[in-house]
Design a protein around this ligand. Structure first.
Ligand SMILES: O=C(O)[C@H]1O[C@H](OP(=O)(O)OP(=O)(O)OC[C@H]2O[C@@H](n3ccc(=O)[nH]c3=O)[C@H](O)[C@@H]2O)[C@H](O)[C@@H](O)[C@@H]1O
Length: 404
């Protein structure tokens, strides 16, 4: 959805990035000043929020996007704003990965007229002020502590971000009148080690054997949101994202860290299952995921409660958002090598039971039927776009003569 033609990659990169840096700097200085006064919610802060939340199309929606400076959050916010919806972002700008990338995404959002509130959604007062300032029709909840392996050493981060913050947000949505509809990021990792012994994975499969703290907090989130649907009438749509990749992506993910190491001539580590089976993922390109998110918002139905009471029942839905075509990690590496015309130095390591799922493949027929979801970007095409963005963003000289 964020289009930058190849020509502009080379010629206007410096101009575009310098403009972004300037906007970032201004936005950061302003947000620093305002963040200090955040709780006085100065009129300029409120004015920015109201302007950002303004709906500019007939039957438009007004969406609070949590995690708006994140990878999927940035793309979804821009897609909604571009079509005329009201969008306000909130992000705690944590340093799980490079803050500079989040700040540049903030500038990109600013460029598109999306204001991001710098704050933590576990902050009840901040949420109260936000919901008093804007009557959100929808919440796109993408803020989360992500990463499968990071959970091994940092379990509390997942409880704070994926459980405590979720409940704080749902409590605020429950109290709103009218209540917004909620679309939120679950995860394909809830399927665990393929306990169903069937592929592809379907939403009706058993998901009571998650293999990481990360996956178990996402599974718990599905149970918690069901409670807020059944008792308080919130419309809930959970999206089980598979392995999402693309421009402005997450540096902690394999596809991103591999390209960085290959370009820097450093080795990459390729995990393999104990019986020497290659790991495989259902890689899904960001533009396809954005379409799934927007379609979920558009078909969310209404919440039917207010406070502790509700009038009727609201929709509770879960969808797989994947590509339905798994690719092995070694294949991912060879596609990157082909795009970069460089060979990777690969260390193959047998999995250490770090909570990584061996295999993932989404059955997307339910999303196709209910959301009209139809992924169109295969991994080769998507990675080509990602490599172009990466070289443009990090200003890497791309030597066409490099041997593979
Ligand atoms: O499907 C999902 O729900 C999850 O997808 C990704 O998790 P993952 O698929 O494990 O993505 P990566 O961390 O990029 O790993 C992709 C594959 O590469 C492998 N890998 C990762 C890193 C590495 O250095 N080497 C390596 O072989 C992993 O074992 C995995 O098989 C995201 O990181 C999660 O936030 C998301 O929830």
């Amino acid at each position: 959805m964020i289009r930058t033609s190849h020509r502009s990659f080379s010629s206007n990169r410096t101009i575009f990035l310098s403009a972004l840096v300037l906007v970032t700097l201004t936005a950061s200085i302003l947000s620093f000043i305002e963040s200090g006064e955040r709780f006085l919610h100065t009129t300029s802060w409120e004015t920015k929020i109201r302007a950002s939340a303004q709906i500019r199309r007939p039957n438009g929606i007004s969406v609070l996007v949590t995690g708006a400076a994140g990878f999927i959050g940035t793309h979804v916010s821009i897609a909604l704003k571009t079509r005329g919806d009201g969008v306000v972002g909130v992000d705690n700008f944590d340093n799980y990965y490079a803050l500079s990338l989040k700040e540049t995404r903030r500038a990109l959002l600013d460029f598109h007229g999306v204001f991001i509130v710098d704050g933590d959604i576990n902050d009840r007062r901040l949420l109260a002020i936000l919901f008093d300032t804007v009557a959100f029709t929808h919440v796109m909840h993408l803020a989360a502590q992500v990463g499968v392996q990071y959970a091994v050493d940092n379990p509390y981060a997942y409880v704070h971000s994926n459980i405590a913050s979720l409940v704080t947000l749902l409590e605020r949505c429950k109290a709103a009148d009218p209540q917004p509809a909620v679309v939120w990021a679950s995860s394909g990792s809830v399927y665990g080690v393929n306990i169903n012994n069937k592929v592809p994975f379907s939403e009706s499969d058993r998901v009571d054997r998650p293999v990481s703290i990360y996956a178990s907090t996402k599974r718990t989130g599905e149970e918690i949101t069901l409670t807020y649907n059944r008792f308080y009438g919130l419309s809930i749509t959970g999206l089980r994202f598979f392995t999402v990749y693309g421009p402005w992506g997450r540096p902690d993910m394999a596809y991103f860290s591999f390209i960085r190491n290959i370009l820097e001539g450093k080795p990459i580590t390729v995990y393999r299952a104990k019986n020497h089976t290659d790991m495989a993922r259902d890689f899904i390109y960001i533009d396809d995921v954005v379409k799934g998110c927007v379609a979920s918002l558009d078909t969310s139905g209404r919440s039917v409660g207010s406070g502790r009471s509700k009038n009727g029942s609201a929709p509770y839905r879960i969808f797989n958002l994947g590509n339905a075509s798994p690719v092995t990690v070694p294949m991912l590496v060879s596609i990157l090598e082909e795009n970069l015309r460089m060979k990777a130095t690969t260390n193959v390591v047998d999995m250490n039971g770090n909570g990584d799922d061996l295999f993932a493949q989404a059955n997307i027929s339910l999303a196709e039927k209910e959301l009209g979801y139809k992924p169109t970007t295969d991994l080769e095409t998507g990675l080509k776009e990602f490599v172009k963005w990466y070289l443009w963003y990090y200003g890497k000289p791309f030597d066409q003569n490099r041997n593979v």
